[in-house]
Design a protein around this ligand. Structure first.
Ligand code: PLP
Length: 460
């Protein structure tokens, strides 16, 4: 997204609001008295000035953390819906937006091949995972959760909140759950649920879901797929066959979490949880004297732990999927493929560069690499210097601590590697925007010059 796109968004919002006003037939009468448009403009000018104190997340030269601008159609639909400000807790508070939520969520379930399921939107991936593990705990009382050391830290925290024991399974050098270690844990402990991550937050690693499902046949446990980050990649046609195999197995899971506010072009406040067995709805049962259930139809508040939720989130998601249907080969899927191509291209250039160490082939669209140095400390210092120098050149990356072991033996001399805390500071780039692909030459020339400057300025 470029700065010039801001103006188009403003125009879409205006048109959408005019159409919305036309949809209500209401008498004119005394209206809300604005405190003076000039004052509002001046406060908004001050607000905009404050907002400029941010990294430019919307721009392709922002290639650091997991931040992707909402699509203009999501932005405009959200802004329009917010005028009505529906609440998807109950149909009385959000009639149209609840219907749109059901439609949008069933399209998401459809990408995993699910027609009969239970699901809804949440405020984000954390709450969606909380509901999945809460249901897991209800179906297998007293049993424990197993999640890999590279799973999102939210799982161990949620397990603690729910009073469920959580066992950490080690990850292999590629950041995937170690299946042999999982198997021995299954033999020794009472595991009720295994959390499988399709697209880890730090590396975008894809756990071996197909193998976990085979273990399920023998040991009997629930499988929860955390695809908050990676879920939409099931639509991409350029995955490595190994990752493809695991994405293709996602429909066999018991529950899936996917975040429309990560890769689904939505503003924050939009996660999604899906259950393969609709009967888990019984756990949510409540008999609230406060909720105004005036309709016999299902209210989303009856199948959700959160009460008030922004109906505007559902409206934005519905409009986005209307414009960009969730189908392989479609424009939305092509956007994911472009990000992945950008990651593969960046990785190729890093591997060819004498300045970088990039042993990990990206599984999705996340690239992690170290900077060459004579010691772990020097590599780490050069990574920090590259990060700062790149930012001076308007290229925004991220820093991440990685275990030295992923780089193999003999990269840094042994005594030094042992003396360090076992981790090295690396650079990380999440190439989530379709424009990252055509911007790659520009990104690379800034990055290469930042890495050279770091090598020249930091060292013995
Ligand atoms: C981002 C993420 C979460 C947490 O989701 P939020 O939307 O940030 O609350 C959980 N799991 C994975 C794999 C994630 O990438």
């Amino acid at each position: 997204m470029a700065k010039s796109d801001f103006t188009s968004i403003g125009e879409f919002v205006n048109t959408a609001l005019r159409n919305l006003a036309g949809g209500f037939d209401l008498p004119e009468g005394p209206a809300y008295k604005m405190p003076g448009t000039e004052r509002i403009h001046s406060v908004l000018a001050e607000t905009a000035a404050r907002m400029a104190d941010n990294y430019p997340y919307f721009h392709p030269l922002y290639a650091g953390q997991m931040l992707k601008p909402p699509h203009p159609v999501a932005h405009a639909a959200y802004a329009m819906a917010m005028t009505v400000n529906p609440n998807n807790h109950a149909l009385d508070g959000g009639r149209a937006s609840s219907a749109m939520e059901l439609e949008a969520v069933s399209e998401i379930a459809g990408i995993f091949g699910w027609q009969q399921f239970l699901g809804h939107l949440t405020s984000g991936g954390t709450f969606a995972n909380l509901e999945a593990l809460w249901v897991a705990g209800k179906t297998a009382p007293g049993k424990r959760i197993a999640a890999s050391s590279q799973a999102h830290y939210t799982h161990s925290r949620i397990s603690a909140v729910l009073g469920l024991g959580c066992i950490e399974i080690p990850a292999d050098h590629r950041g995937r759950m170690d299946i042999a270690a999982l198997e021995s844990t299954l033999q020794q402990s009472d595991i009720g649920t295994v959390v499988v991550t399709l697209g880890t937050t730090s590396l975008g690693a894809v756990d071996s879901l197909a193998e976990v499902l085979k273990l399920r046949e023998r040991h009997g446990f629930r499988v929860h797929v955390d695809a908050a980050y990676g879920g939409y990649f099931t639509l991409a046609q350029n995955l490595h066959p190994e990752a493809r195999r695991h994405f293709d197995a996602a429909g066999m899971a018991d529950s899936i979490v996917i975040d429309p506010h990560k890769h689904g072009l939505q503003p924050y406040g939009c996660g999604c949880v899906l259950f393969r067995d609709p009967a888990v709805g019984r756990f949510y049962k409540h008999d609230s004297p406060y909720t105004y259930f005036t309709s016999a139809q299902l209210h989303l508040g009856e199948i959700s732990l959160e009460c008030s939720r922004a109906g505007a989130s559902a409206v934005a998601l519905w409009a986005t999927q209307r414009l960009l249907p969730l189908v392989p080969g479609g424009e939305f899927a092509q956007g994911l493929e472009a990000g992945r191509e950008a990651a593969l291209e960046l990785h190729k250039r890093l591997q060819a560069s004498p300045l970088a160490l990039a042993p990990l082939q990206p599984e999705l669209d996340i690239v992690v690499w170290a900077i060459q140095g004579n010691s772990v400390e020097e590599s780490s210092a050069r990574a920090r210097a590259t990060f700062e120098e790149a930012a001076r050149q308007n290229l925004h990356l991220a820093l991440v601590q990685m275990p030295i072991s992923i780089f193999g033996e003999g990269v840094w001399n042994d005594s030094d590697a042992k003396g360090s805390s076992g981790v090295v500071t690396c650079l990380r780039s999440v190439l989530m925007k379709p424009e990252h692909r055509p911007w790659m030459d520009d990104i690379w020339s800034r990055l290469e010059s930042a890495m050279s400057a770091a090598a020249a300025n930091v060292g013995q």
